[in-house]
Design a protein around this ligand. Structure first.
Ligand SMILES: [Fe+2]
Length: 261
């Protein structure tokens, strides 16, 4: 894919987003967060893609996926005033609808367009479906890593400095403490945690930490390790024996997967 084509889509994105800003400060504030998240996810996907040795054309395609992965968020927040898919609608599908209606992907080849749509559709799925096309799989994995890396960073800051986020609708409203049995069992067995198992804010933190098992590329895990996201989230939780066990397990997992880096 041509890098200039990416630039034209980047311009489209900027103009598309501007259209949602209004005199409503709450909307503007939340839209700005998603705009900034998108920029960081673009930068993450380029870094991971370079580390994997993707050529310029594939990096431009990866960048396109990152640019549009959350495009549904703007209509979602404006319409429903929430980023919760459960309380509104799936923001990936909403984004795909926007991309189709605006025909912005029309200059891509059919294959590239399919890869962009498939990667966006699966960026927030619990896990990726079986895929025979290994190239397509790489892009689907890339966006999941780039997105998780940024969200883990946002959450680390949020859990450490909640006072800075009081005005935010972050969808982390569960107030009950304590860890549920099946949540603990999943994370101790190297499994992802399902949203439906989450009963407390501590469960939600463990769900976020269980994403570490779902990270695809060593480069991403090295960044998680270097930035201390595991420690930041663990430190915001009670120092019980079970939390400390989770910490040791995840620390060991990251160390083993990033050995030599
Ligand atoms: Fe998303």
């Amino acid at each position: 894919m041509d890098r200039r084509l990416f630039e034209s889509m980047d311009n489209f994105f900027t103009n598309y987003v501007i259209g949602f800003y209004s005199d409503d400060e709450e909307i503007n504030f939340n839209l700005k967060l998603k705009e900034e998240h998108t920029k960081r996810v673009c930068s993450n996907i380029i870094s991971i893609g370079k580390d994997l040795g993707l050529d310029e054309s594939d990096r431009a395609l990866a960048n396109t996926i990152a640019l549009f992965h959350d495009i549904g968020r703007f209509e979602q927040f404006t319409k429903y005033r929430t980023f919760s898919d459960v309380r509104s609608e799936n923001h990936s599908e909403l984004g795909i609808k926007v991309l189709n209606e605006t025909h912005i992907l029309n200059k891509l080849t059919n294959y590239e367009r399919d890869v962009v749509i498939m990667s966006i559709r699966n960026h927030n799925a619990l896990s990726l479906p079986e895929m025979e096309d290994l190239k397509a799989l790489t892009f689907a994995r890339l966006i999941r890593d780039a997105d998780k890396l940024d969200i883990l960073g946002i959450l680390s800051d949020f859990y450490q400095n909640p006072q800075n986020y009081e005005h935010l609708k972050v969808g982390e409203s569960a107030k009950i403490y304590g860890v549920s049995g099946n949540v603990l069992e999943s994370i101790m067995n190297f499994q992802n945690i399902k949203y439906s198992d989450v009963k407390s804010s501590d469960d939600m933190k463990l769900l976020r930490l269980s994403w570490i098992y779902d990270i695809n590329y060593k480069y991403t895990l090295v960044k998680v390790r270097e930035k201390g996201y595991l420690e930041a989230i663990i430190n915001s939780m009670p120092k019980t024996d079970e939390i400390l066990k989770v910490y040791e397990l995840l620390k060991g997992y990251i160390a083993q997967k990033t050995a030599g880096e």
